[in-house]
Design a protein around this ligand. Structure first.
Ligand code: DGY
Length: 319
């Protein structure tokens, strides 16, 4: 095959774009706006491969309109809930993702959100920043101690395991629920729960690390949130669809749950405006993997997958 042409849907890291332009004819969406359905379809007869992000949606409708020239969608993300995988496979289009390389960065952000939520960082920052720190007292800005507390992890894949390693560094008592129990070496002392409900009942802190699927949609609903111990803290760096946001808001407003740390929302971009008035929610705009090192690694992993495919090999992360 001649030098393949690829579409890169967003402005990826400089190192990624340099390598891509060295090896491919690149059409780059330099405006860095999310690719619309019509743009994806229009681009599909100009390119052999695409590197989209989770902001480009390959719905069944979009996939049905793709030109046969497009052979591979090499996602720049580990999550692929923006892709209708059965529809893409039925069209014979290869799909890959970028696992492993973002686990530490995402787990790091989950730790940050957990600590900030527990120790009331949003309120503390505001008080100092606005010059309203006028007194100190033993009851001032008292939070919940993370060290030594029980943490429940839902989804013990790569990110869940990276989070568990970091939580152990804080002497946390790690519990988890996963479709399959890990080997003792991978468990490294974490306690396995056969049901989500069992995990919830011991989770003073709960961190979500499972993919968004029809089965996990709204998984953390009012009934499940009610199973958490009083004063618990929820952290979500996975996908907004996992959480019933109205139920979470209710539990936080009532004081039954202490706090939440959220990097993901049902509506993105934008988030949930109803959360804005809640000081006990720490929010970030879906930036779990946003470090220089990780963004380079994600771009390189997507390019590795493209390179293998166009060489005629099986891409490492073929889904
Ligand atoms: C992922 O890789 O799935 C992250 O959420 C960023 O897209």
């Amino acid at each position: 095959m001649n030098r393949p042409t690829i579409w890169i849907s967003r402005r990826l890291s400089d190192a990624t774009l340099d390598r891509a332009s060295r090896d491919y004819d690149v059409i780059l969406n330099d405006a860095d706006t999310p690719g619309t359905a019509d743009e994806i379809v229009a681009m599909s007869n100009r390119v052999d491969g695409m590197i989209p992000c989770h902001s480009e949606h390959f719905t069944a409708d979009v996939v049905s309109r793709l030109d046969p020239r497009l052979k591979i969608v090499a996602n720049h993300s580990v999550g692929v809930d923006h892709c209708d995988l059965p529809a893409l496979r039925a069209r014979g289009i290869a799909v890959t993702n970028t696992p492993d390389v973002l686990s530490d960065a995402t787990a790091e952000l989950a730790m940050m959100l957990m600590l900030c939520a527990a120790r009331r960082a949003v309120t503390g920052d505001r008080i100092v920043r606005t010059g309203t720190w006028t007194s100190w007292s033993p009851s001032f800005l008292v939070g919940k101690q993370v060290s030594g507390a029980r943490v429940g992890i839902v989804g013990m894949g790569r990110v869940g395991q990276a989070f568990a390693r970091k939580a152990r560094g804080f002497d946390m008592d790690v519990h988890y629920f996963n479709r399959q129990r890990l080997s003792p070496e991978a468990e490294t002392g974490a306690t396995y729960h056969e049901t989500l409900d069992s995990l919830l009942s011991v989770s003073d802190f709960l961190s979500l690390h499972c993919p968004a699927t029809p089965e996990t949609d709204g998984m953390m609903n009012a009934e499940r949130l009610a199973r958490l111990p009083d004063g618990s803290v929820l952290v979500n760096t996975a996908r907004g669809a996992l959480v019933d946001e109205a139920a979470l808001l209710g539990a936080l407003e009532s004081g039954r749950m202490l706090a939440a740390g959220l990097d993901c929302f049902r509506e993105e971009p934008g988030g949930n405006p109803a959360f804005a008035a809640q000081e006990n929610i720490v929010m970030m705009p879906h930036v779990g993997s946003a470090t220089v090192r990780t963004r380079d690694a994600m771009g390189f992993r997507a390019l590795d997958n493209l390179d293998a495919f166009f060489r005629g090999d099986r891409p490492r992360d073929l889904l």
